[in-house]
Design a protein around this ligand. Structure first.
Ligand code: 5AD
Ligand code: FES
Length: 351
């Protein structure tokens, strides 16, 4: 770690903020020693609010049918070789019950932008979960919708919403998405969600095609100003049936470095060690937690559809990352000095 890296690190630790230029410099000149220095500071910061707790979210992948065509995504509509499925309301409620039984106090309903899930359908599912398990937090991750839809979901009882911004640079956004999708609408959605009182999550892929260090610096600046309650980041992993099939995957090392930086920007942010990180490295999620993450999202989807929710190649979907093996997950987390908790794990306020 040279003197300048130390100076930038200390500035970030002290101010929770850097300029775009400074973030770019910090990322571009990083080395193992800087990573270690920032990880230690990130872990200390997290400890103030959450101790060594790791929160669990049960992920239910409700449908892989999608009207969008994001260039990176394996379930994009142009992928004719994707075997499509959609869970019924009953299937989803059964998954949520299973999550409750396993000790999960948050379920995340995630899916492609599937027109079957109208506002009424989504609201019915949210109400169904809330009636049966009033203590369970319901997080939605169903993509871009109108403000009116978000209002209705909130009235039905949804607590949180995840919508990765994907990139904070409009030009980069255009290179990752088809012409009919827009950076402005993405940002409009995030602002609406925030306004409507959702605990809101943004996020991005690390190493997505055309991404520069400058772009990542812009993502960090965006996070600094938007101040999300949650932030999902994971390495880009190519999918063989997409235009980005031949692109290199994002790095585990850079992802972990960014997890530490994000923890230092937003000390109380709920930060998952993502499935993509677990896919790229056998101890990916442990490395993420040691860098500053404090959330894991085991898969609660019915076992027979898990393979079909294939956003990228080789997605881990059996064994220890799944909800049914929460014990294995718990012992892995315990082995690095952390503990899985049965707790809603809301964003820490007034500490
Ligand atoms: N590699 C890694 N992450 C991906 N996502 C979609 N496709 C890929 C991929 N090929 C991420 C996007 C999306 C989230 C649900 O999954 O960031 O927002
Ligand atoms: Fe479905 Fe991107 S391909 S939202």
């Amino acid at each position: 770690m040279n003197e300048r890296e130390k100076e930038l690190s200390d500035l970030l630790i002290r101010e929770h903020s850097l300029s775009v230029e400074e973030y770019e410099e910090l990322l571009s000149n990083r080395d193992a020693e800087t990573a270690e220095y920032l990880a230690a500071a990130a872990v200390a910061e997290r400890k103030k609010y959450y101790g060594t707790k790791v929160f669990v979210r049960g992920l239910i992948e409700i449908s892989n049918i999608c009207k969008n065509d994001c260039l990176y995504c394996g379930i994009r509509r142009s992928n004719r070789n994707c075997e499509r499925y959609r869970l019924s309301d009953e299937d989803i409620l059964a998954c949520a019950d299973e999550g409750w039984r396993l000790g999960m106090r948050t379920v995340v309903l995630q899916g492609g932008e599937d027109p079957h899930y109208t506002d009424d359908v989504v609201c019915g599912i949210v109400r169904g979960i809330k009636e049966k398990h009033p203590e369970c937090a319901v997080t939605l991750s169903l993509g871009e919708r109108s403000r009116e839809s978000y209002v209705k979901f909130r009235e039905a009882g949804a607590d949180r919403y995840l919508l990765r911004h994907e990139t904070a640079n409009a030009e980069h956004y255009r290179k990752l998405h088809p012409a009919e999708m827009s950076y402005d609408n993405r940002m409009r959605c995030l602002r609406d969600l925030r306004d409507l009182g959702y605990q809101t999550g943004c996020g991005f892929m690390v190493g997505s095609p055309y991404q520069t260090m400058r772009n990542l610096a812009e993502d960090l600046r965006f996070i600094e100003t938007f101040r999300p309650e949650m932030c999902g980041i994971g390495p880009f992993v190519p999918h063989h049936e997409t235009p980005f099939a031949g692109e290199p995957a994002g790095s585990v090392e850079l992802t972990c470095f960014l997890l530490s930086v994000i923890r230092l920007i937003c000390p109380r942010v709920l930060l998952p060690a993502t499935t993509a990180l677990g896919t790229m490295h056998p101890q990916g999620r442990e490395l993420g937690i040691l860098a500053g993450a404090n959330v894991v999202m085991p898969n609660l989807s019915p076992v027979d559809v898990r393979k079909q929710y294939e956003l990228y190649d080789n997605k881990i979907c059996t064994g220890e990352e799944s909800a049914q093996c929460i014990q294995c997950l718990a012992s892995r987390i315990a082995s690095i000095g952390y503990e899985i908790v049965t707790d809603r794990g809301d964003f820490a306020t007034d500490v």
